[in-house]
Design a protein around this ligand. Structure first.
Ligand code: NAG
Ligand code: NAG
Ligand code: NAG
Ligand code: NAG
Length: 182
């Protein structure tokens, strides 16, 4: 009888300790502070000329594929630089796709990873998704997640076109990105 009571007390104590451990883990997670990081950089998107960064890979079979043509899908490997100059210091690259997703041709839907190679965020990535309504002066896309230093990241980026040459499908887009992360 006495033996059975002490077993159940031990079991209760064990459960109590387990609960405490769980509570402590949860509060440790809560006490980690979110950091806000802001960065401005330039994305170089070249379909023609030397060192092409963007290729049309699919589209409407009845039309000529292009950035203005609904349904055209592009694969990209765009350099991200600190300044407008294509030869300025590179901080990473944008890998992924964009697709013209508006019947009137006005929206390039972005779906891409920003892969950082600069000292501060080397190897970390941010995931971008959103509507690039590129006829607007400023538009906003979401930062939906991240890896490395940007785990649990969430945020947004304001985009504006610093340079555009529609006939040759070349553009430089300025990004002003704000992200919350641990
Ligand atoms: C193209 O890439 C090559 C090799 O990386 C580089 O030497 C050259 O400067 C680049 N050209 C332009 C216009 O960026
Ligand atoms: C970048 O460097 C390449 C090779 O040195 C050069 O041909 C090109 O004109 C430069 N681009 C700019 C925008 O300065
Ligand atoms: C980034 O990481 C790679 C691989 O670990 C390394 O080769 C490279 O030198 C690093 N770059 C910087 C700027 O720290
Ligand atoms: C970047 O965007 C923020 C708003 O998110 C704005 O306050 C800030 O002035 C912008 N910075 C630059 C350099 O454009």
């Amino acid at each position: 009888m006495a033996g059975r009571i002490s077993v159940s007390i031990a079991a209760k104590l064990w459960l109590l300790l387990l609960n405490l451990a769980v509570v402590m883990l949860v509060s440790a997670a809560k006490s980690r502070k979110l950091i806000e990081t802001n960065m401005v950089f330039y994305m170089h998107d070249y379909e023609t000329g030397n060192n092409i960064t963007t290729i049309a890979v699919a589209g409407n079979p009845k039309k000529k594929w292009g950035i203005l043509e609904f349904g055209t899908v592009f694969a990209i490997d765009d350099p991200l630089t600190v300044a407008y100059d294509r030869n300025s210091t590179q901080i990473g690259r944008a890998h992924g796709i964009y697709v013209n997703s508006a019947a009137d041709g006005s929206d390039l839907h972005f779906l891409m990873s920003l892969i950082f190679t600069n000292k501060a965020y080397n190897g970390s990535t941010l995931e971008i998704q959103g509507a690039d309504l590129f006829f607007l002066k400023y538009r906003e896309v979401s930062v939906v997640s991240g890896t490395g230093k940007f785990r649990f990241a969430r945020g947004y980026a304001l985009l504006d076109t610093a340079f555009i040459d529609i006939p040759n499908s070349n553009a430089i887009v300025r990004w002003n990105l704000t992200v919350l992360h641990y």
